[in-house]
Design a protein around this ligand. Sequence first.
Ligand code: 13P
Length: 250
Amino acid sequence: MKKNIVVGNWKMNLKKIDAINLVNNVLSLELLDDVEVVFAPSSIYLSKVNEICSHYSSVNTASQDISFNNNGAYTGEVSAEMVRSLGVKYTIIGHSERRDYFNETNKELKKKVDLAILNDLKVIFCCGESQKQRESGEYFHYIKSQISESLFHLDNKHFSKIVIAYEPIWAIGTGKTASPDQVEEVHKYIRGIIKDRYNESLAINCSILYGGSCNPSNSRELFSQKNIDGGLIGGASLNPQSFVDIINSF
Ligand code: 13P
């Protein structure tokens, strides 16, 4: 069954005490039962945040990334195996900030996806076009290549572990949100290519999240679209009330 999911991607923010306070503050507020809440803190806080979340049903954690190697001499890297050993359920893979600043390619991301699956982590796979690609109209083609080159080698069973997050780069951290119609159009397209590659049931059951300046004043309208199953939230997830308002706007 497709789930509604709201993920807070804290990116490289917060000192330890602020991270602990943020998760406790969110969890002290009333949250809709049928929405899965996921916190994606810095990997150095993941163990602590996961421990706090483990007392709540429907509240989980994600790493913001994993290494493209499973273990070995890769100084500074964090592997899927390490993340899973904490009891963490998800990892984000392919965030546009990783693609842009760390030159991550579809081919490398495919390796990360395989390592996540091998280690029993579910994947929140990010895709999305630049402003230039949006304006030139090539965004469908670009998004399809991101998804097909990193995910479509998976068999049906493994594809069922994938959550897609559509994050148009031009809307991330800019205050410019894609309109509900623009997002719905892309989400519908993504569901269509999943159906073509796999089948209708996998397509229907795949949660497709939106990210990019999502906040309490636009989340209700976004989440009311047929193909928008939640959000991957950056800035607004750092404020407990805003994050909870987004979660509760289904
Ligand atoms: P903002 O919500 O700050 O635009 O960030 C979106 C994002 O990149 C979440 O991963």
